[in-house]
Design a protein around this ligand. Sequence first.
Ligand SMILES: [Zn+2]
Length: 341
Amino acid sequence: MARLKVISGLNRKSAAIFLVEAAGKRVLFDFGDGLDKDEHPDIDVIGAVDAIFLSHAHRDHAGSIGRLGAVGNPCVFATARTLDFLQGSLPPGVAQVIPEQGSFEVGGLALTTGRCGHAPGGVWFHMETAAGGFVYTGDISLESRGMAFDYPPPASTLLVDASYGDRAQDLDDQIAAISDYAEGGAVLCCPSAGRGTDMVLALASQGHEVHVSADVGQEVEAATGRSFPVVDGKSAEPDQVIVATEPNAEAGLSAGLLQRGGFRFVFSSHVPNGTPARVLIERNEAVWLAWNVHPRKGDVIDLADHCGSRQVLPAFVDMTAAPELARALGARLTLEPETEI
Ligand SMILES: [Zn+2]
């Protein structure tokens, strides 16, 4: 028998930490940190674990890896690209490389990964269980132009990124809106190791001359071999279209340009409390325009149907605010913090 215990990540957008106990092992799927200022999950309740499987390098999925001692200093399994993004955060000898698409075994547990379409090197996980299999998607997107999504194998339990709840709008429409707004210059803020490449390619395909921060430029070149003009805090101009990290102007070139002043900012991520983005949006000094990096309502349903799942746990979302998704999932909807998988 295998059991899933949600440590954090159900009922709201927060740190992803999911404990699975199976075959005498205790393993974590993701080990994230909170997104709001000074928000941290209670990881002391977890106890020692045998392994941590990281879906991707974003803070809400990998941000607690600096505190491995709290969970018994286990090995951390992640793809080479995810480990690259986490460089310097892991103690020596802890990292174990897993494939972006493939199968591997850890302590008698049989796992499969596939590409998640959300972040470079990001993956979902499938684990074999006696009850019919378990899929943890991490963060996924089925709409990315530059990052592939592989459909997972059948699984009786699906723990799925449902961050957007009932949102049904298509990325193509969102790109058109952002492209219109960016006429005459804008700073499009994005996370490192995220949608930067997609944003650059989409805006370029709409006819914009796109400039990039140095880190975004490296990501685009690594993914596509194409190079775009790099600007920094001094050379950037307000009439340019600039794709820059970080997503809420809390760091990186976006923070530098905010400090310099005179730029129009477009935010499109989850906007945590206590960030410059939140303040600017509340003062009507910046806009928030959606850019899907998580599944739409229909994508979540498609995935649940595809996997043939009997129970579906929608992660990272307040389901009281997603009545259509709840209705569509019907009897499959599970919000229990502990369940057999
Ligand atoms: Zn993410």
